[in-house]
Design a protein around this ligand. Structure first.
Ligand code: UT7
Length: 331
């Protein structure tokens, strides 16, 4: 059976850069607090006319160009986001339309910060089974329009950013490389520890002035709880990935973790026992872009020459749900 390889990557973030000082003019916060607690210095926010799909389209076109492929050569689109442009249909079909292709399936994955690895796992299974050969996997988010940019929302508003990352996946017959494993997890007991309650059809009506006044359409997070579980479950998922493939921490060339908080990344690094050069972080520039953070970081790591053929790449993510996941790849 063939394995799945990464053929090309791409990314796109909006032009508008928002600094911590910009945020301090909107709410009671400071550059010092944000950098100290999260490591974030800037994030990108969309401007009028930009949406998750327009960001995803740019990232996808960049990945396609790098792969030397036309959109018409794709067999399938997997679109991971927790910030869709519309309630329905999902962003996958809008991206398909924007790319000018028809008839190929467009799957939407709603697994928040773990979305990209969940999507990767599905794409990997399809490719290995021979169902689809060329899969476009996208993680794209527009958080800025959903944030409460007042002091009430400061614990989340300072963390999240907008952006998109895309990868093209396909089969390789060389069994020495490609995706070695994916491991996916969820624990719904923690669903309300990071969630957006409304609009939602658990409410009747599903959106109302009252829900809006209560701020139910904003992301609400028990930050300390999320931090606590992420710091334990991300390293655990890395350990599982290593064990499944007979690898040790020393074998990891690069760990690309979901970029939620630099302090969490540092705890994962310490817990797994990795050197600085084995861990990639770019959260300083983009903040937390949930499903987009891993493909954006992977793209930048590749541009910096951090991975070469034969290297071991490990991905890990944790987020709302709780959901968490890992993947091991022989590059
Ligand atoms: O992808 C997964 C998504 N989320 C995460 O991974 C987030 C995980 N959690 C975290 O990263 C951290 O919990 C935060 C960065 C969100 C918060 O850090 P913390 O050290 O847990 O702070 P805290 O929530 O305990 O708040 C400490 C203080 C509070 O003030 P008092 O009660 O001590 O007076 C907050 O009101 O900091 C205050 N605070 C702020 N101050 C300035 C909260 N947000 C801000 C802010 N600026 N933006």
């Amino acid at each position: 059976m063939s394995r799945t390889e990464f053929i090309a990557t791409g990314f796109h973030v909006p032009e508008r850069v928002v600094t911590n000082d910009d945020l301090a003019r909107m709410m009671d916060t400071s550059d010092e607090w944000i950098v100290q607690r999260s490591g974030i210095k800037t994030r990108h926010w969309v401007s009028e006319g930009e949406t998750g799909v327009t960001l995803a389209r740019q990232a996808a076109l960049q990945a396609l160009a790098k792969a030397g492929m036309k959109p018409g050569e794709l067999d399938c689109i997997v679109y991971c986001t927790c910030t869709p442009d519309h309630f329905e249909p999902g962003n996958g079909v809008f991206l398909q339309r924007e790319l000018g292709v028809r008839d190929i399936p467009a799957l939407d994955v709603r697994n928040q910060c773990s979305g990209f690895i969940y999507g990767l796992s599905v794409a990997d299974a399809w490719i290995k089974s021979g169902q689809y050969r060329r899969v476009l996997l996208v993680g794209a988010e527009v958080h800025s329009r959903g944030l409460d940019k007042t002091t009430r929302g400061r614990d989340t508003a300072v963390l999240f950013g907008d952006g998109a990352g895309a990868v093209i996946l396909g089969p390789t017959d060389e069994d020495s490389r490609g995706i070695l494993s994916t491991h996916l997890y969820a624990d719904g007991r923690h669903a309300e520890k990071l969630w957006v309650d409304a609009p939602g059809l658990a409410h009747d009506p599903y959106i109302s002035e009252e829900l809006l006044a209560q701020g139910k359409h904003r992301a609400v997070m028990e930050g300390k709880e999320v931090f606590k579980y992420a710091s334990v479950l991300m390293p655990q998922s890395v350990a599982t990935a290593l064990k499944a493939n007979g690898l040790t921490p020393a074998d990891i060339t690069l760990l690309v973790p979901h970029q939620a908080n630099l302090r969490i990344i540092e705890m994962v690094q310490k817990s797994v026992g990795l050197r600085d050069d084995q861990v990639y972080a770019n959260i300083e520039k983009y903040g937390n872009t949930t499903a987009a953070s891993i493909p954006i970081a992977l793209h930048e790591a590749l541009c910096e020459g951090r991975l070469k053929r034969g290297d071991v790449l490990v991905l890990t993510a944790f987020g709302s749900g709780f959901t968490w996941a890992s993947a091991a790849v022989r590059w």
